[in-house]
Design a binder for this molecule. Structure first.
Ligand code: CMC
Length: 424
């Protein structure tokens, strides 16, 4: 067995080395503490492998992303979101019977309990939809008890994939004061979501094939991304044997943050700000480079991609195509393209290998589709759900699953006597 040698305070330790199927090398430090008393430090986990996984492969230097061995470019072009969800969760592309049975099961679970609908109605219409979504997904435990973390797994998976759309659309309708539109079993997955969001009783709404296809692609591109912040949260929470609904709800909360999935909302706000401020690119570039300004170029940079984000490449072309097909001229697309060009010529961004990420262009497409900014991260969550489920399934099927429990280096006070309140 290959080992790596570590010398610490004059003593040598042999650490097992392993290699993944794409040649990724890791040094196993699991036994280091018991042998040496030392732990490893890696704030932000930039260099820490928390698991082995057979789901998603990313090569950040070369801009490669594959689900179960299939290139993201090929899946985005040839597949559908429901097929990709099956691929991620069950490991193989489905045949015709498997796909139709999976679609059918998901479709038949799309209604939500009327009491859950009433709970959605209780939120202020101005609430952020991500908070409502997280609470409602967690609340599914009240309707479908899953005390045992691995009970009814397949049904609960179908329930989640189906009901996340209905919950999201019902709250959207509440936020705009329109009557709720119930799910329809004759529509595709994304067609159903668009219909629940945009049809109104007074109009004969037809789901546009262009929008249906564009949304399907967006969801495919978001479906998994190995051990990112929300997925690691899902694994962390799942490792305590929390039930599947509580675990997915935690993923939604982690995704909400502006450095993660919440960036898609922030990108549009930033582009609008630049537009309203006279498109002074120089000013915003300087602000982005100044660490004290509190301003970052949202939609730029990635922990893993250091060349380009393959999802952003697909979305940049898709944004052009969708806007052209819909006959929409959005000045924000020009501003985004100008900003990208200027940033990629600037040594600050070049040296730090900062490129547009998936969130840079996705918002422009959502906006063209009529989806309000506050719902952008919800779309990301709907797309990412099958990935979280696949990662949770992989985690909970491990025979030697251990609860996630990192260590720390304590830097606080040493032991000291308690001081009575009158002497403080
Ligand atoms: N604008 C300006 N400077 C940046 C940016 C940015 N968007 N991103 C990184 N930097 C700088 C950062 O200040 C640091 O500079 P220095 O080396 O001088 O200290 C350097 O680049 C490395 O950045 P980092 O913060 O150490 O990188 P990270 O891997 O910890 O963070 C990130 C990655 C995505 C959180 C960060 O790039 C960021 O905050 N980007 C903006 C938010 C965003 O678009 N998030 C969406 C990520 S993709 C969707 C998803 O999967 O979540």
């Amino acid at each position: 067995m290959e080992t790596a040698k570590l010398t610490l305070r004059g003593k040598e330790y042999d650490l097992p080395v392993s290699e993944g199927t794409e040649g990724e090398v890791s040094i196993d430090i699991a036994a280091l503490r018991s042998k040496s008393g030392a732990i490893t430090m890696d704030p932000g986990y930039g260099n820490t492998g928390s698991c082995s996984s057979a789901i998603t492969f990313i090569d950040g230097e070369q801009g490669i992303l594959r689900y179960r061995g299939y290139a993201i470019e090929e899946l985005a072009e040839k597949s559908t979101f429901i097929e990709v969800a099956y691929l991620l969760i069950y490991g193989q592309l489905p045949n015709t019977t498997e796909l139709s049975s999976f679609k059918d099961t998901v479709t038949r679970h799309s209604l939500i309990h009327e009491d859950l609908r009433k709970m959605i109605e209780m939120y202020p219409s101005s609430a952020h939809p991500m908070g409502v979504l997280s609470a409602m997904i967690s609340s599914l435990t009240a309707f479908y008890p899953a005390e045992n973390y691995n009970s009814n797994v397949e049904t609960n998976i179908a329930r989640l994939i189906a009901k996340i759309q209905t919950i999201s659309a019902f709250f959207y309708k509440r936020s705009v004061g329109q009557p709720r539109v119930y799910p329809r079993n004759d529509l595709s997955y994304t067609g159903n979501l668009l219909n629940m969001m945009f049809s109104v009783p007074s109009e004969n709404y037809h789901v546009s094939a262009i929008l249906e296809d564009a949304l399907d692609k967006l969801l495919i591109l978001h479906a998994d991304h190995e051990q990112n912040c929300s997925t690691s949260t899902v694994r962390m929470v799942g490792s305590s044997h929390a039930n599947i609904f509580a675990t997915m709800s935690a993923g939604i909360d982690a995704l909400w943050g502006p450095l993660h999935g919440g960036a898609n909302q922030e990108v549009i706000t930033m582009l609008e700000h630049i537009r309203d401020d006279g498109q002074d690119y120089k000013k915003y570039m300087e602000l982005a480079k100044n660490k004290n300004s509190g301003f970052k170029l949202m939609g730029f940079g990635h922990r893993v991609y250091k060349n380009f984000d393959p999802r952003a490449k697909i979305l940049k072309a898709a944004a052009d195509r969708v806007l052209n097909t819909l006959g929409i001229q959005d000045p924000l697309l020009d501003i985004a393209q100008n900003l990208e060009r200027i940033a990629l010529e600037d040594s600050y961004f070049v040296e730090r290998k900062l490129y547009p990420n998936v969130d840079f262009y996705s918002g422009i497409i959502y906006k063209a589709m009529g989806i309000p900014i506050s719902m952008f991260t919800v779309m990301f969550a709907i797309g990412r759900l099958p990935g979280w489920i696949a990662q949770w399934k992989e985690l909970t099927s491990e025979s030697n699953l251990r609860i996630y429990r990192p260590r720390q280096v304590y830097t606080g006070e040493n032991v000291r006597p308690y001081i009575p309140i009158e002497q403080r």
